[in-house]
Ligand binder design. Structure first.
Ligand SMILES: [Zn+2]
Length: 166
């Protein structure tokens, strides 16, 4: 039992080192993409991954990166399975993840997915990640990727991306 618990800690440490291909400051754990890690009856480490956007081409890359991270630590065999039983939501993002996103210059998702219909959330003053002003203006509902909207701060005049909540 102790051995298993120790191993499980190591698995989570490995996962904390795997970055999101789109936002490299965030790990797969920060984004809440890992639904579980367990040893199956074949003594295989099974990692259940729910990608942020299903059908995203980054999913295969992510699976390969997670596998590689375990192999590099000699933690094998490992099997990364994609779990689409529940759709990923920004609610699964950790507080640490939101903090890192802000430091990276992207406004983190505001509020919980259930309470933020896209349009309502986008009309609100989203806090500027640079100066924390809420005096901000929506420039475009879509930024570099569909999951982000483009805002401009009316105080520091910096444009910034807002990670929409879904
Ligand atoms: Zn600002």
């Amino acid at each position: 039992m102790n051995l298993i618990r120790h191993a499980a800690n190591e698995w989570w440490d490995v996962l904390a080192q795997v970055s999101d291909p789109e936002i490299p400051v965030l790990s797969v754990l920060d984004l809440g993409m890992i639904r579980g890690v367990e040893l199956n009856l074949q003594n295989e480490i099974v990692v259940r991954l729910t990608p942020t956007y299903s059908g995203c081409p980054a999913t295969d890359l992510l699976k390969a990166e997670i596998t590689q991270a375990f192999v590099a630590k000699g933690l094998t065999p490992v099997n990364v399975v994609v779990d689409l039983s529940e759709a990923w939501t920004t609610d699964w993002m950790s507080e640490a993840g939101k903090q890192k996103l802000r430091q990276y210059g992207i406004a983190p998702p505001k509020g919980e997915a259930a309470s933020c219909g896209t349009h309502v959330a986008l009309s609100d003053g989203i806090e500027c990640p640079h100066c924390r002003s809420q005096h901000t203006k929506l420039l475009s509902e879509f930024s570099s990727t569909a999951c982000k909207a483009l805002y401009k701060c009316q105080d520091c005049l910096e444009p910034f991306d807002y990670f929409k909540c879904i």
